[in-house]
Design a protein around this ligand. Structure first.
Ligand code: FAD
Ligand code: GLY
Length: 372
């Protein structure tokens, strides 16, 4: 088997690393620098319980399974590179600040309890005991003590190292222009106008996954860019927040590197990567309403990323009816969280032909089954 992965984001790097670990011949083609797309901009929340709405329980199970796999994932990375990336169990508070918020949170809380999650209801003052920097206006909150987070930027660097140490070939500044398919078989890819022979290709090109030439129309993954702007402040003695706070329309994440990440906008703006005054103003205002002590913190950076959003906002992981063509895309708002399950299960599927049941319903087939 000779495998090419298109895209060196967290998904391409982690699937590539796992395949290389199994002794397979694998190359990643990244058109700019690996790990600089959405995966760099991300906040790094590993928060299936906090993120859960009332939607598909299968998506929640996939997210929860992936969180369970994280310790094994980072342990393997440590044994390959000697670098430890911690999964930090920061816990997450979802506060409300008025009657509307509190009613909405109550319904979310009841739903979580009904499906058997470990959640705790707090009064405003109990919430402030857990996170003293929360606004005194807090009227009630959900406390999720076992949601976690990770330093996604460190993780990207370590994955890059691990992939190469395990024998993978990483080609940066190499854009894949075309996938060559003959009949129902993969023949290879075109890079800088040259044909390169491959029998297996994994499309992990994030928001750009639909744009690669040569994929038949019915198989083009319905993935679009969903713009996210995010701000990093530098924590200091005026604000020592330690818990993740998910307030209405904003989240605040204290990171172990001393940043306080405030995010994020969710915008349908095509491939636009410009930060804008309005969204940054809105995020800071909402963040300040939830945690007033952010007011004097210095601004360190503003980042913008494009989330790969599929039509139903669920990831597209698995094979297709073209032999050797696989997809690992559309991870939308949960790509960092879904990295271990994507990497472990897709690499097992490709190398040993064993498809995990947890991936049922997440294939590209759900979008084209009417036409085959
Ligand atoms: P990317 O990281 O975008 O990587 C795709 C790569 O493919 C890019 O490097 C690109 O250059 C390359 N590429 C594209 N086309 C080609 C081509 N033709 N040839 C070669 N290379 C190509 N998720 C969480 O789980 N937790 C969070 O807290 C979180 N917060 C987020 C906050 C923000 C502001 C944003 C924007 C996203 C957030 N996400 C979060 C979502 C997460 O970042 C994404 O789901 C994830 O990074 C997607 O990874 P990826 O590898 O598919 O895409
Ligand atoms: N999961 C956080 C975000 O997409 O902004």
């Amino acid at each position: 088997m000779n495998i090419a992965i298109i895209g060196g984001g967290i998904i391409g790097l982690s699937v590539g690393w796992q395949l290389a670990k199994k002794g397979l011949k694998v190359a990643i083609y990244e058109r700019s620098k690996a790990g600089q797309g959405a995966s760099h901009a991300a906040a790094g929340m590993l928060a299936p319980q906090a993120e859960m709405g009332f939607e598909d329980i299968e998506m929640f199970n996939l997210c929860r399974k992936s969180l369970e796999m994280y310790p094994k994932f980072v342990d393997e990375l440590y044994s390959d590179t000697g670098i430890k990336v911690e999964v930090e169990k920061t816990g997450c508070i979802l506060p409300g600040f008025d009657r509307d918020d509190t009613e909405r949170l109550r319904r979310l809380f009841d739903f979580r309890e009904k499906v058997g999650l470990d959640v705790i209801w707090l009064t405003g003052s109990e919430a402030r005991e857990i996170e003293p920097f929360l606004s005194p206006r807090c009227t009630g909150a959900i406390w999720i003590y076992d949601d976690a987070q990770i330093n996604n930027r460190l993780l990207l660097n370590v994955l890059k190292k691990a992939f190469v140490i395990c024998g993978g070939k990483l080609f940066e500044d190499h854009e894949v222009e075309n996938i060559n398919i003959e009949g129902k078989n993969i023949k290879g890819i075109y890079v800088h106008g040259s044909f390169l022979n491959y029998d297996t290709v994994i499309v992990a090109a994030g928001s750009w996954s639909k744009q690669i030439n040569g994929i038949p129309e019915y198989l083009q993954p319905p993935v679009r860019p969903v713009k996210g702007q995010i701000i990093s402040l530098r924590l200091n003695e005026t604000c020592r927040i330690t818990k993740v706070v998910r307030a209405p329309d904003v989240y605040l994440l204290p990171k172990s590197d001393g940043r306080l990440v405030i995010g994020a906008s969710v915008e349908e703006m095509g491939y636009d990567l410009n930060p804008t005054a309005g969204e940054i103003y809105r995020l800071l205002e909402r963040g300040w309403q939830a945690v007033p002590a952010i007011y004097d913190l210095p601004i360190e950076s503003i980042d913008v990323g494009l989330r790969p959003g599929s039509r139903d906002h669920m990831p597209i992981i698995g094979n297709s009816d073209v032999n050797g063509l696989y997809f690992a895309s559309g991870h939308y708002r949960n790509g960092i969280l879904l990295t271990p399950v994507t990497a472990f299960e897709l690499s097992e599927w490709i190398s040993a032909g064993i498809k995990s049941e947890i991936l049922n319903g997440f294939g590209i087939q759900r979008f084209y089954k009417e036409t085959v």
